[in-house]
Design a protein around this ligand. Structure first.
Ligand code: C2E
Ligand code: CA
Ligand code: CA
Ligand code: CA
Length: 275
């Protein structure tokens, strides 16, 4: 095993409570997982609503834990952010996603979730430029999903990197729109290509009277700012019908597919006539 970093406490500390010990063990595990290759990406398609065609895939990280089974990001991303492990993990995710993308048909994109701390660190731009060059991938095939966070629009490093990426042709999406605290301010601070409408708004479509006005307002706002829209968490045909009628651009959700490994997705095979 590799030497443990200085943040690891291999010895027992009687003063630690159970929760702190669990977090410490998890941090040690996560460091080892990176070197042992236990992380993997699942991909979920985004469908262009007008044509019904798949236009890209969102990369969603999983941890194939040796004893606990497959862990979902909610179980480890927050700790990765707290400990700084999100930086090496985030680099791994970007590199793997772009490497996978390089083998996919040209019309497909990949969307990668970025943590605010990755952007603040300042090296994500270099990671992305190297990954795109290495895979010989056109920058417009990469989409970065950024969540609303009060820190981004005040942070020069983050905003400067996003502008450089956008100028290179990388697409930038605002994830989980409507769930943060600074929505409108956020929209002024950066020219996003796309707004992702959070599942909590999409859920009630066709079932709750207050769902449609919210979704309609978000689509109108995005449209007025020249942004595309992706509805998340589409599970029922009636939701898709409403989104189509409202002019939403793309949809994602279990109605189309659950996230799964690239090897299990037929569309991602190399075209047979590739020369
Ligand atoms: P998100 O970006 O909003 O991702 C969508 C989540 O909704 C995913 O959960 C996906 O599996 C789930 N989902 C998709 N379609 C449906 C549906 O029709 N119904 C329902 N109920 N759920 C659906 P997942 O994979 O557990 O990811 C949770 C969150 O973890 C993501 O939310 C994202 O914020 C974060 N995350 C995932 N992968 C990464 C990553 O590579 N890096 C970073 N920084 N964060 C990630
Ligand atoms: Ca996302
Ligand atoms: Ca989202
Ligand atoms: Ca969401």
């Amino acid at each position: 095993a590799k030497a443990q970093g200085r943040n690891c406490f291999a010895h027992f500390e009687p003063g630690m409570d159970a929760a702190a010990r669990e977090r410490r063990d998890m941090e040690i595990d996560m460091r080892a997982a990176l070197t042992r290759g236990e992380f993997l990406l699942h991909y979920q398609p985004a469908i262009d609503i007008a044509s019904g065609q798949t236009v890209g895939y969102e990369a969603l990280v999983r941890w194939n834990h040796p004893t606990r089974g497959v862990l979902y990001p909610g179980a480890f991303i927050p700790l990765a952010e707290e400990t700084g492990l999100i930086l090496p993990l985030g680099d791994w995710i970007l590199n793997r996603a772009v490497e996978d993308l390089a083998s996919w048909p040209d019309h497909l994109r990949v969307a990668v979730n970025l943590s605010p701390s990755q952007l603040r660190s300042g090296h994500v731009l270099g990671t992305i430029m190297r990954a795109l060059a290495h895979g010989n991938v056109a920058p417009h095939r990469l989409e970065l999903e950024i969540t609303e966070s009060t820190t981004l629009h005040n942070n020069e490093t983050s905003v400067a990197q996003l502008h450089k990426l956008r100028n290179m042709g990388v697409r930038i999406a605002l994830d989980d729109f409507g769930t943060g605290h600074s929505s409108l301010n956020y929209l002024r601070s950066f020219p996003f290509h796309k707004m992702k409408i959070d599942r909590c708004f999409v859920e009630g479509l066709g079932q709750r009277e207050d769902a449609l006005p919210m979704v309609r307002a978000v689509i109108a706002l995005a449209h007025s700012l020249n942004m595309a829209t992706t509805a998340e968490g589409v599970e029922r045909p009636e939701q898709l019908d409403i989104l189509r009628a409202e002019g939403c651009t793309e949809a994602q959700g279990y109605l189309f597919a659950q996230p799964e490994q690239a090897s299990g997705i037929a569309d991602l095979a190399q075209p047979a006539d590739a020369s």
